[in-house]
Write a protein that binds this ligand. Structure first.
Ligand SMILES: [Fe+2]
Ligand SMILES: [Fe+2]
Length: 144
């Protein structure tokens, strides 16, 4: 499987997890519920981000730099994580709700941008063979 297809498949799963969280949070009554969701997201998004940044970004970094997007991507990741970390540690339910909502919105926007910009860029500049080799590395990462 090509690395771009693997990461895109993960995005599809995340989009549906984000949508179901957004449906459930209006019913949350305690800050603990928000904290649990934020911790789950931090763990799973971290694994996804690591695969993306270790495997996909290095070969296309010069092209991302050319279009001035590399810096933005790191800032966006940091903002998503900061919102989720805030949610995972706060004692205040209103803060938790606000930061989780922000984090999910930013994550959705970030994913959309990767789908529109980064994955097509990777498919243009990385050979078919290398995309498959990176896909194999991705699946080996999942076995650890
Ligand atoms: Fe990312
Ligand atoms: Fe991603």
């Amino acid at each position: 499987m090509k690395i771009t297809d693997a990461l895109l498949a993960e995005h599809v799963v995340f989009h549906s997890i984000f949508a179901s969280i957004n449906r459930e949070t209006p019913h949350f009554k305690t800050v603990e519920e928000f904290r649990a969701v934020a911790k789950m997201l931090l763990g799973t998004l971290e694994a996804h981000g690591r695969a993306e940044h270790d495997l996909l970004l290095p070969p296309i970094e010069p092209y991302l730099n050319d279009i001035g997007h590399l810096e933005n991507f790191h800032q966006e990741d940091d903002a998503i994580i900061a919102n989720l970390e805030h949610t995972a540690t706060t004692e205040n339910i209103d803060e938790a709700r606000k930061h989780l909502t922000n984090g999910l919105r930013l994550a959705n926007e970030h994913f959309d941008k990767e789908e529109r910009l980064v994955f097509p860029l990777a498919e243009t500049h990385i050979s078919e063979e290398s995309l498959h080799a990176l896909g194999k590395e991705w699946s080996e990462m999942k076995e650890l």
